[in-house]
Design a protein around this ligand. Structure first.
Ligand SMILES: *Cc1c(COP(=O)(O)O)cnc(C)c1O
Length: 366
């Protein structure tokens, strides 16, 4: 017997999350200069941090010996005003990944199940498995969520439905009316976690006031992050909006100081810096067009995306990925998402996009 055998079977069965490789790893592995490598693998913001955020962190650094505010009072007050909810409807997380895990921790266990779509965010499977619940993967339709099939897949033992809109890694998106109809159709004892990590990249006419739905649907949880359009991926901060009763359950399993003080200060500054989010959005729109045009020139199929990334069909993506890595271009193969012919590419700066397209054209010739 190995000591690791004493862990439950459902923990041993987990396939670990495969993150995008850091630049330093690739430099070492392929003998490249870090300065020549571009990383378009983890849907990070190519703008770099907002100077206002950097200033806020510098100020907060004077208080490093103190524990952070475990209630996140100031940040919650800002979010409450913005979404017109009360502070007790907000749970802050160490990344929105933390929110997803808190939901699983509080609401899933062996004997329960959770529903999610094929080609959806890996953390839904991971969080479900980590608490011993059964994952029900529902086949996608044209790479997007098949809401009718997801509704039909809900069983008596189902406690959670995970739903990303826009979805990662496919970039597909469903209109608010369809999402709302799904929430209304789901039994009220099943939580719907609507993960809106890429919400800020939607066109204004695609945006919906989903927070206003909370009053009507106590089984709805909205998940948002500062990692993408706000450019704070390194700090790990996100939040959930939900009914106060649900928040009270998440807070029972939340680490008392799960969100550090630099992240809280940064998030407040980031919310105030509306110009940064506007620039993130604009750069993403331009970059998306640039990549789409490049793919058309190369006669490559892509999945139209509503996020800050796009999936392009390249045949043997694992092989293509390796060839790109040799040229110092890090993107994400998505074979582990059931899409072995696709690469997911994060929208970068105009220069990064161009370098990626040049490298792609070159490796297609190899
Ligand atoms: C990136 C992403 C998140 C955000 O993760 P953080 O933990 O907040 O960095 C959440 N959901 C989806 C679908 C994502 O792609």
């Amino acid at each position: 017997m190995k000591i690791s055998d004493i862990t439950p079977d459902y923990i041993r069965a987990i396939s670990p999350y495969v993150p995008g490789k850091p630049v330093s790893d690739i430099a070492r592995e392929f003998g490249l200069d870090e300065a020549q490598i571009i990383k378009l693998a983890s849907n990070e913001n190519p703008l770099g941090p907002s100077p206002k955020v950097v200033a806020a962190i510098t100020r907060a650094a004077g208080e490093l010996t103190r524990y952070p505010d475990g209630s996140g009072y100031d940040l919650k007050a800002m979010l409450a005003a913005r979404y017109r909810v009360s502070a007790d409807q907000i749970v802050l997380g160490n990344g929105s990944n933390d929110i997803l895990e808190l939901v699983a921790h509080a609401f899933l266990r062996p004997g329960k199940s959770a529903v999610f779509a094929q080609h959806s965010f890996a953390v839904y499977t991971l969080a479900t498995q980590a608490f011993g619940a059964a994952g029900i993967e529902v086949p996608a339709r044209e790479y997007g969520h098949d809401l009718a099939a997801m509704r039909a897949a809900i069983r008596d033992d189902t406690s959670v439905a995970w739903l990303a809109n826009p979805n990662n890694p496919t970039g597909t998106w469903l209109p608010a009316a369809e999402i709302k109809a799904f929430i209304a159709s789901v039994p009220s004892n099943v939580l719907v976690v609507l993960d809106e990590a890429y919400n800020e990249y939607l066109l204004p006419e695609q945006q919906a006031d989903t927070a206003s739905w909370l009053a009507e649907y106590p089984h709805l949880i909205l998940s948002r992050t500062f990692s993408k359009a706000y450019g704070l991926a390194a700090l790990r901060i996100g939040y959930g909006l939900m009914h106060a009763d649900v928040a009270a359950m998440l807070n029972r399993v939340r680490q008392p100081f799960n969100v550090n003080s630099l992240a809280q200060a940064a998030a407040i500054a980031a919310l105030e810096d509306t110009d940064y989010v506007r620039r993130s959005y604009a750069l993403n729109r331009q970059g998306m067009q640039q990549l789409e045009a490049g793919f058309r020139r190369l006669a490559l199929t892509f999945i139209p995306s509503h996020g800050n990334f796009i999936c392009v069909k390249v045949g043997n993506a694992a092989k293509m990925n390796l060839a790109l890595l040799r040229r110092g271009v890090i993107v994400r193969p998505v074979g582990n998402y059931g899409m072995p012919e696709f690469l997911r590419v994060t929208i970068g700066t105009a220069k990064e996009n161009e370098r990626f397209l040049d490298a792609l054209a070159a490796v297609l010739q190899e």
